[in-house]
Design a protein around this ligand. Structure first.
Ligand code: IVH
Length: 678
């Protein structure tokens, strides 16, 4: 065989793979409409990596393999922007917007006849992306608007950033194009990331914006690569080709090149634009990312340019800010909650205050270092924020409002529930109560044990749990299975029916499957997902107890921290005793689906959400059925949901699916789809 042509065809294959991978990345991350499975994508990526391993000289920075992040930098280089990256003036209500209109009408009366584009004001980090001959060559932060920082390596790891344009490979790219956009994190991804960090015992983030900004400004791009960042591009900063002369058409042009653009509406006049803003403001908590307002832009870009700039703000656009979800109130007290694992978390008791239609009386203070770092004192007037579904938190004190009466807070030296001296791991932010018999921990443990995702003991609420602990009737979770009717009847507020119902619920829970029992044990870092992974690998709790850290780490998704936590848990003598008691009580499931192979892949690449009561499947069964056919099940409906499966009495998920145009199936439809009959 002629080696020259062999090399040539290998190089052609390499180019083809890069083209295909870029295209499918674009279908997935920008169009939200993949046409191949993740599996096929991974196979192509593996093939490309193999060729590049044979020919490292062929690796180019725009290769899809280079998204994973390169070498850490010691600092960021400075970059001068081709044009000033301007800011935006604000309006806080409809009259503010009308006043803006009056101001710009005096500058140029053509605005009387212009239309407007309305876009969300995305609360993320502004980025400027440079493309040369269609290749992503540089990305920068906004900086002071004139000079930013070079974060190219980090931006390459963001999947929504096209490495080549046009991303569909059709047509010729501009020789030079600079665009501006916002890197952000969806609220869902933010919450999932925080949950992951928390389960791994790491420090969590405050809000999606800080997380996105912090993730992008990491000197080590592999950290950026591990963060689920997203992008919206909304303007063209410079180009060497003619670009459309309205904002509306520019958005379409950007989309065609392969950039994700924000949701937008074209409004024929200002009043229509204001109405649109008001509608969006009302629905702001349904927007899947954080937005702090709406931007109203004069659609005619030539007119926008002619209107000029005041300071750093272009006259041709205005930010209509949403009403604040931040308010000030009095910090009445700082109290400490003892968690299931003994971790102590301080929280603020507030003078009740309304934020975004909800009365807030308590807010998180994260940890003791946070209180100290922000110098938050009892009696302070504090700024409190609530955003979307995020738990309200104290942003910080208003120092100017101090009277001198405020008290500096000293963290407790002993557990507030059991008075055992608290401990911390040097260098870590968290303090713990290490008393395994601490009643506060026991209450939290029981609460977790009986919860829906765990043993699901219906009717055993927090009040009863507290009573059982206070009366000394349970000393660990296994004691629930040894409760007698007389015990319950001796408690205040218990009549026969209530006692019998609870005993029946406890009885029913004896047959919960292995993954539920693993979840219920409350091992640090082991939530429902990890528990079901474990239940697939180990036939029962004896086998899990005998597993080594290495064996545990060989399971996908289990890292060294969680593996260690599991091993530690099973080594603890108290826990061993607890397991013996559970075994003696007959709570000792064997894996039902151990080694069960998926029955098919007809639902591969699809994501499902289930709502309402299905005629024959329980929730768990529906989930298992979908997973067995290669599909995924998630809790909330988004654009990425392939199907909503609905039963009787569906919840708000149905409305959401209809709003987003997500197709809806019933149980029969699901079965038909899995059997390939649809
Ligand atoms: S337009 C001349 N549109 O908000 C164009 N900005 O205070 C001016 N932002 O950091 C910007 N979403 O980067 C525009 N849809 C959007 C935006 C947006 C977020 C950011 C912008 C700037 C800040 C202005």
């Amino acid at each position: 065989m002629d080696t020259k042509s062999e090399t040539q065809s290998l190089q052609e294959r390499l180019e083809e793979l890069r083209r295909e991978l870029n295209y499918h990345n674009y279908r997935y991350h920008v169009l939200d409409d993949p046409v191949i499975s993740d599996y096929e994508y991974d196979r192509m990526m593996a093939e490309l990596r193999e060729i590049e391993a044979q020919h490292p000289e062929w690796i180019t920075p725009d290769s899809p393999t280079q998204r994973t992040g390169g070498q850490p930098a010691s600092r960021f280089q400075k970059v001068r922007h081709p044009h000033a990256i301007l800011s935006l003036a604000n309006a806080f209500d409809a009259d503010g917007v009308r006043a803006w209109f009056e101001r710009i009408r005096r500058v140029d009366d053509r605005v009387e006849h212009t239309d407007y584009v309305v876009e969300p004001k995305i609360d993320g980090l502004t980025v400027v992306l440079h493309y040369q001959n269609g290749v992503f060559v540089q990305g920068a932060t906004r900086g002071d608007g004139v000079i930013g920082e070079d974060i190219t390596a980090n931006l390459r790891t963001v999947k929504a950033v096209p490495l080549r344009i046009p991303a569909d490979g059709k047509g010729t790219p501009p020789g030079y194009l600079v665009v501006r956009g916002e890197v952000y994190m969806t609220i869902e991804n933010f919450e999932a990331l925080n949950k992951r960090l928390m389960e791994a015992g790491e420090k969590t983030y405050l809000n999606p914006r800080n997380t996105a900004a912090g993730s992008l400004r990491q000197l080590d791009p592999t950290i950026t690569a591990s963060r689920p960042l997203d992008l919206f591009v909304y303007s063209i900063v410079a180009a060497d080709v003619e670009v459309p002369d309205t904002q509306w058409e520019r958005l379409a042009y950007l989309r065609k090149l392969g950039f994700p653009t924000p949701p937008a509406e074209l409004c024929p006049d200002l009043e229509k634009a204001i109405t649109t803003c008001n509608i969006w403001a009302e629905k702001r908590n349904e927007i899947p990312f954080e937005a702090d307002g709406i931007v109203i832009k004069v659609n005619d870009m030539r007119l926008q340019a002619d209107l000029g700039v005041v300071g750093k703000d272009p006259r041709g656009a205005i930010a209509y800010k949403f009403p604040a979800q931040e308010v000030t109130t009095q910090l009445l007290d700082i109290r400490v909650n003892v968690g299931r694992t003994g971790v102590l978390t301080p929280y603020a008791v507030l003078e009740p205050v309304e934020i975004g239609g909800v009365i807030v009386k308590q807010a998180t203070l994260h940890n003791f270092d946070y209180i100290k770092g922000k110098d938050i004192r009892v009696g302070d007037r504090v700024m409190v924020k609530r955003a979307g579904d995020v738990i309200p938190y104290v942003i910080g004190p208003i120092e100017g409002a101090r009277t001198g009466e405020e008290q500096v807070y000293t963290p407790p030296q002993v557990c507030p529930a059991c008075a055992t001296p608290v401990q911390n791991i040097p260098g870590e932010v968290y303090w713990y109560c290490v008393n395994a018999a601490c009643p506060a921990q026991l209450v939290r443990n029981l609460e977790h044990f009986v919860s829906r995702g765990a043993m699901d003991i219906v009717g055993l609420g927090i009040r009863i749990v507290e009573q059982l602990v206070a009366e000394g009737m349970v000393h660990d979770v296994a004691d629930l299975y040894y409760l007698k009717r007389e015990d319950l009847l001796s408690l205040e507020g218990f009549a026969e029916k209530k006692a019998d119902n609870i005993l029946q619920s406890i009885e029913n829970s004896r047959s919960r499957p292995l993954e539920r029992v693993i979840t219920a044990l409350g091992i640090m870092g082991v939530g429902e997902v990890t528990a079901s992974d474990l239940a697939r690998h180990f036939p029962d709790l004896d086998a899990l107890a005998a597993a080594t850290s290495e064996q545990l780490q060989s399971i996908d998704g289990i890292g060294p921290n969680i593996a260690e936590a599991i091993v530690d848990w099973f080594q603890n003598p108290r826990n061993r005793q607890l397991l013996e008691k559970l075994k003696a009580a007959g709570v000792w499931p064997r894996a039902q689906n151990n080694d069960r192979k998926p029955v098919g892949d007809s639902l591969a690449g699809m994501t499902f959400v289930v709502t309402g009561t299905l005629p024959t499947f329980s929730r768990e069964e529906a989930k298992a059925f979908i997973q067995a056919h290669g599909g995924k099940v998630t809790d909330s409906v988004s654009k990425k949901t392939s199907y909503l499966v609905r039963g009787e009495n569906p919840g708000s998920k149905l409305q959401k699916a209809q709003d987003l145009g997500v197709p809806v199936l019933d149980e029969a439809g699901l079965r038909a789809l899995a059997e390939g009959k649809r």
